[in-house]
Design a protein around this ligand. Sequence first.
Ligand code: SF4
Length: 346
Amino acid sequence: MSTPAKQVIVEPAALLAPGSIAAPEYSAGELEALRASIKQLLIEKDAVLVAHYYTDAEIQKLAEETGGKVSDSLEMARFGNTHPASTLIVAGVKFMGETAKILNPEKRVLMPTLKAECSLDISAPSEAFNQFCDLHPDRTVVVYANTSAAVKARADWVVTSGNAIDIVKHLHEKNEKILWAPDKYLGQYIKRETGADMLLWNGTCVVHEAFKSDALTNLKKRHPGAAILVHPESPDEIIQQADVVGSTTALINAVQNMDNETFIVATDNGIFHKMKQVAAGKRLIEAPIVGEGATCVSCAHCPWMAMNDLRNLKKALETECNEVHVDPVIGRQALISTQRMVDFNA
Ligand code: SF4
């Protein structure tokens, strides 16, 4: 029987609503000038661009054109860890920059903005999390990558949605009881899939939590041939309707490999850029994030991911601002759990 997690109160001002930050727009002339400058700066600064699937499509294009990487957070970490460039420029949210720094303390890690948070990271302040762990010393501490360096330092394992089930299954087979943080929906999903004894922290992703089940059911009725693809940070009633549940990479693979011509996608709509690239001609529909009768049905976009654009990317490279720093003591401790994630092979 699980004990409820100690509730952490997150100030509303700290959270932003999905879709509340507009996607960047560029004139044709500005776009070409920014692209040319950034390409030149990447060479001059011995830097490589590592971007998440949820970032601006122009950032994703540039990463691929310049030998960088566009991927989920697990592959972003692996890529940054093996690439020879002395500077990593990480387009995504704060925990991704910190993860890159934890894995590569000798490299310089820059970000287009240091203001890009994540509601999951915010939901688990290290002091409250440490107290929670202290109450349950018999449990193996497994945390999602969407956490601060200090929380990773307290953890035994870091996981992403790409390897969480395999890692928890591995621990469950060794009869380990688990303390999980911060995403309660992902935790519930993993618990069901593995049967592991998991005590869950009470965090959520503001984007995935907003998907609405009745509206999704009705959308599916209008598109009976569509496959529903769901990221497991979504609530259970959304997951129950899924044909495929998985990480961003798993959902992209599903669009590419399944025979359906139409897909309803319950994750951040930044992923559509890559999905269109790998499965041109297939129809992609955003899962609704509001109930019947409301007008907003296309704003499943992370407000913090939307803070990344070509302008602040160029500025960070040019002025070497927005460098990510992790306290070396915390970083060395966090490296143990983070390196386990990178090295784990199911
Ligand atoms: S989409 Fe959700 S989990 Fe991902 S960075 Fe944004 S708030 Fe965090």
